[in-house]
Design a binder for this molecule. Structure first.
Ligand SMILES: [Zn+2]
Length: 225
Protein backbone atom coordinates (compact mmCIF):
# COMPACT_ATOMS: atom_id res chain seq x y z
CA UNK A 1 0.00 0.00 0.00
CA UNK A 2 1.29 3.42 -1.03
CA UNK A 3 1.19 6.27 1.49
CA UNK A 4 1.37 9.24 -0.89
CA UNK A 5 0.38 8.98 -4.57
CA UNK A 6 0.81 11.93 -6.96
CA UNK A 7 -1.28 11.99 -10.15
CA UNK A 8 -0.14 14.54 -12.73
CA UNK A 9 -0.71 15.33 -16.41
CA UNK A 10 2.83 15.89 -17.73
CA UNK A 11 6.36 14.74 -16.94
CA UNK A 12 7.52 17.54 -14.52
CA UNK A 13 4.06 18.23 -12.98
CA UNK A 14 5.29 16.41 -9.89
CA UNK A 15 7.97 19.07 -9.42
CA UNK A 16 5.89 21.23 -7.05
CA UNK A 17 5.42 18.34 -4.62
CA UNK A 18 8.78 16.58 -4.85
CA UNK A 19 9.72 18.02 -1.45
CA UNK A 20 6.75 16.25 0.12
CA UNK A 21 7.64 12.98 -1.65
CA UNK A 22 11.26 13.24 -0.50
CA UNK A 23 10.21 13.98 3.08
CA UNK A 24 7.86 11.01 2.99
CA UNK A 25 10.71 8.71 1.88
CA UNK A 26 12.89 10.07 4.71
CA UNK A 27 10.18 8.95 7.13
CA UNK A 28 10.10 5.47 5.61
CA UNK A 29 6.78 6.01 3.80
CA UNK A 30 5.88 4.62 0.39
CA UNK A 31 5.41 7.03 -2.49
CA UNK A 32 4.07 6.77 -6.03
CA UNK A 33 3.43 8.70 -9.21
CA UNK A 34 1.03 8.31 -12.12
CA UNK A 35 1.69 10.61 -15.09
CA UNK A 36 -1.01 10.83 -17.80
CA UNK A 37 1.02 12.00 -20.83
CA UNK A 38 4.51 11.64 -22.22
CA UNK A 39 4.83 15.38 -22.70
CA UNK A 40 5.39 15.40 -26.45
CA UNK A 41 3.78 18.85 -26.84
CA UNK A 42 6.04 20.65 -24.36
CA UNK A 43 8.99 22.71 -25.65
CA UNK A 44 11.42 21.26 -28.18
CA UNK A 45 12.08 17.91 -26.51
CA UNK A 46 11.04 14.61 -28.06
CA UNK A 47 8.64 12.21 -26.39
CA UNK A 48 11.59 9.89 -25.69
CA UNK A 49 13.54 12.70 -24.00
CA UNK A 50 10.66 13.48 -21.70
CA UNK A 51 10.02 9.84 -20.84
CA UNK A 52 13.71 9.46 -19.95
CA UNK A 53 13.68 12.66 -17.87
CA UNK A 54 10.70 11.49 -15.81
CA UNK A 55 12.25 8.03 -15.39
CA UNK A 56 15.41 9.67 -14.00
CA UNK A 57 13.32 11.83 -11.65
CA UNK A 58 11.34 8.76 -10.52
CA UNK A 59 14.59 6.94 -9.72
CA UNK A 60 15.93 9.83 -7.65
CA UNK A 61 12.62 9.99 -5.80
CA UNK A 62 12.91 6.24 -5.10
CA UNK A 63 9.24 5.78 -5.94
CA UNK A 64 7.55 2.56 -4.85
CA UNK A 65 4.87 2.84 -7.56
CA UNK A 66 5.27 4.48 -10.97
CA UNK A 67 3.01 4.39 -14.03
CA UNK A 68 3.61 6.49 -17.12
CA UNK A 69 0.44 6.50 -19.26
CA UNK A 70 0.23 7.63 -22.88
CA UNK A 71 -2.66 10.07 -23.23
CA UNK A 72 -2.05 12.71 -25.93
CA UNK A 73 -0.22 15.76 -24.58
CA UNK A 74 -2.45 18.87 -24.92
CA UNK A 75 -5.32 16.48 -25.65
CA UNK A 76 -6.17 14.77 -22.36
CA UNK A 77 -9.92 14.16 -22.33
CA UNK A 78 -11.96 13.97 -19.16
CA UNK A 79 -14.34 11.08 -19.68
CA UNK A 80 -15.36 7.63 -18.58
CA UNK A 81 -12.51 5.97 -20.55
CA UNK A 82 -9.82 7.82 -18.60
CA UNK A 83 -11.67 7.16 -15.34
CA UNK A 84 -11.92 3.42 -16.11
CA UNK A 85 -8.17 3.33 -16.82
CA UNK A 86 -7.34 5.05 -13.53
CA UNK A 87 -9.66 3.12 -11.18
CA UNK A 88 -7.70 -0.19 -11.26
CA UNK A 89 -4.42 1.69 -10.81
CA UNK A 90 -5.78 3.49 -7.74
CA UNK A 91 -7.03 0.20 -6.32
CA UNK A 92 -3.66 -1.43 -7.06
CA UNK A 93 -1.62 1.33 -5.42
CA UNK A 94 -4.23 1.85 -2.65
CA UNK A 95 -2.74 5.17 -1.56
CA UNK A 96 -3.64 6.64 1.81
CA UNK A 97 -3.29 10.17 0.43
CA UNK A 98 -3.85 11.20 -3.19
CA UNK A 99 -2.29 14.43 -4.47
CA UNK A 100 -3.39 15.86 -7.79
CA UNK A 101 -3.66 19.11 -9.69
CA UNK A 102 -6.13 21.79 -8.58
CA UNK A 103 -9.12 21.92 -10.97
CA UNK A 104 -8.75 25.70 -11.41
CA UNK A 105 -5.25 25.36 -12.92
CA UNK A 106 -4.65 27.05 -16.29
CA UNK A 107 -3.65 24.14 -18.55
CA UNK A 108 -6.66 22.18 -19.95
CA UNK A 109 -4.80 18.86 -19.41
CA UNK A 110 -4.40 19.77 -15.73
CA UNK A 111 -8.16 20.40 -15.45
CA UNK A 112 -8.94 17.11 -17.24
CA UNK A 113 -6.62 15.10 -14.96
CA UNK A 114 -8.01 16.76 -11.84
CA UNK A 115 -11.60 15.92 -12.78
CA UNK A 116 -10.60 12.37 -13.80
CA UNK A 117 -8.91 11.78 -10.43
CA UNK A 118 -11.91 13.10 -8.49
CA UNK A 119 -14.30 10.79 -10.35
CA UNK A 120 -11.94 7.79 -10.24
CA UNK A 121 -11.52 8.20 -6.46
CA UNK A 122 -15.31 8.15 -6.14
CA UNK A 123 -15.80 5.16 -8.47
CA UNK A 124 -12.95 3.16 -6.87
CA UNK A 125 -14.91 3.27 -3.62
CA UNK A 126 -17.99 1.60 -5.13
CA UNK A 127 -18.42 -2.09 -4.37
CA UNK A 128 -20.62 -2.70 -7.40
CA UNK A 129 -17.92 -1.32 -9.69
CA UNK A 130 -15.53 -4.13 -8.88
CA UNK A 131 -15.50 -7.74 -10.03
CA UNK A 132 -14.12 -8.95 -6.68
CA UNK A 133 -15.97 -6.53 -4.37
CA UNK A 134 -12.68 -4.77 -3.63
CA UNK A 135 -13.06 -1.11 -2.78
CA UNK A 136 -10.62 1.60 -1.84
CA UNK A 137 -11.09 4.93 -0.10
CA UNK A 138 -8.21 7.36 0.50
CA UNK A 139 -7.81 9.21 3.79
CA UNK A 140 -7.34 12.54 2.02
CA UNK A 141 -7.32 13.99 -1.48
CA UNK A 142 -5.11 17.07 -1.69
CA UNK A 143 -4.42 19.40 -4.61
CA UNK A 144 -1.41 21.35 -5.87
CA UNK A 145 -1.21 24.20 -8.34
CA UNK A 146 1.28 24.47 -11.20
CA UNK A 147 -0.05 27.46 -13.06
CA UNK A 148 -2.32 29.50 -10.80
CA UNK A 149 -3.16 32.28 -13.25
CA UNK A 150 -6.77 31.05 -13.29
CA UNK A 151 -6.80 30.16 -9.59
CA UNK A 152 -7.28 33.10 -7.24
CA UNK A 153 -7.10 31.06 -4.02
CA UNK A 154 -4.04 30.75 -1.83
CA UNK A 155 -3.00 27.27 -0.61
CA UNK A 156 -4.64 25.96 2.56
CA UNK A 157 -1.56 24.16 3.80
CA UNK A 158 2.18 24.82 3.56
CA UNK A 159 4.68 21.99 3.98
CA UNK A 160 8.17 22.90 5.22
CA UNK A 161 10.54 21.36 2.67
CA UNK A 162 13.71 23.22 3.73
CA UNK A 163 15.38 19.96 4.87
CA UNK A 164 15.02 18.31 1.45
CA UNK A 165 15.31 21.40 -0.74
CA UNK A 166 18.74 20.60 -2.22
CA UNK A 167 17.61 17.12 -3.20
CA UNK A 168 14.41 18.57 -4.64
CA UNK A 169 16.50 20.77 -6.97
CA UNK A 170 18.39 17.66 -8.06
CA UNK A 171 15.14 15.85 -8.91
CA UNK A 172 13.69 18.86 -10.73
CA UNK A 173 16.99 19.14 -12.63
CA UNK A 174 16.15 15.83 -14.36
CA UNK A 175 13.66 17.74 -16.52
CA UNK A 176 16.47 19.52 -18.38
CA UNK A 177 14.43 20.12 -21.53
CA UNK A 178 11.80 22.17 -19.70
CA UNK A 179 13.91 24.84 -17.95
CA UNK A 180 11.69 24.85 -14.86
CA UNK A 181 14.38 25.28 -12.19
CA UNK A 182 13.78 29.02 -11.81
CA UNK A 183 10.02 28.59 -11.52
CA UNK A 184 10.42 25.83 -8.95
CA UNK A 185 12.84 27.94 -6.91
CA UNK A 186 10.53 30.97 -6.94
CA UNK A 187 7.52 28.84 -6.01
CA UNK A 188 9.39 27.16 -3.12
CA UNK A 189 10.48 30.58 -1.80
CA UNK A 190 7.01 32.08 -2.17
CA UNK A 191 5.33 29.12 -0.45
CA UNK A 192 8.03 29.22 2.22
CA UNK A 193 7.26 32.88 2.85
CA UNK A 194 3.54 32.09 3.25
CA UNK A 195 4.30 29.41 5.81
CA UNK A 196 7.20 31.08 7.61
CA UNK A 197 9.70 28.50 6.36
CA UNK A 198 12.77 28.93 4.21
CA UNK A 199 11.26 26.78 1.46
CA UNK A 200 7.76 25.39 1.20
CA UNK A 201 5.20 23.60 -0.94
CA UNK A 202 1.54 24.61 -0.97
CA UNK A 203 -1.43 22.28 -0.94
CA UNK A 204 -5.15 22.92 -1.30
CA UNK A 205 -8.01 21.08 0.37
CA UNK A 206 -11.48 20.88 -1.17
CA UNK A 207 -13.21 18.81 1.47
CA UNK A 208 -12.92 19.38 5.24
CA UNK A 209 -9.48 18.18 6.33
CA UNK A 210 -9.93 14.95 8.26
CA UNK A 211 -7.93 14.60 11.45
CA UNK A 212 -8.38 11.82 14.01
CA UNK A 213 -5.20 12.49 16.01
CA UNK A 214 -5.19 15.93 17.61
CA UNK A 215 -1.49 15.51 18.46
CA UNK A 216 -0.83 16.43 14.84
CA UNK A 217 -2.02 19.95 15.73
CA UNK A 218 0.40 20.18 18.66
CA UNK A 219 3.38 19.22 16.56
CA UNK A 220 2.96 22.20 14.22
CA UNK A 221 5.39 25.11 14.14
CA UNK A 222 4.35 28.25 16.01
CA UNK A 223 2.74 31.05 14.04
CA UNK A 224 5.07 34.03 13.63
CA UNK A 225 8.64 34.37 12.54
ZN1 LIG B 1 1.59 20.10 -16.72
Amino acid sequence: MIDFLVVGAHPDDESVVTGLLLKAKKEGKKTGLICFTKGEAGGFATKEDRVRELKNAAELLELDYFKHLDHPDAGVEYGIEAVEELVPLLREASPQVVLTIHPDDYHPDHVAVSKTVDRAVFVAGLKKHSSDDKTWHPKQVLYFSLDPRTNSQRPDMIIDISDVYEKKLEVVGCHQSQGIAQFVELSAKQMGMLGGFEYGEGLYIRQPFRLSDINALLSQNKIGR
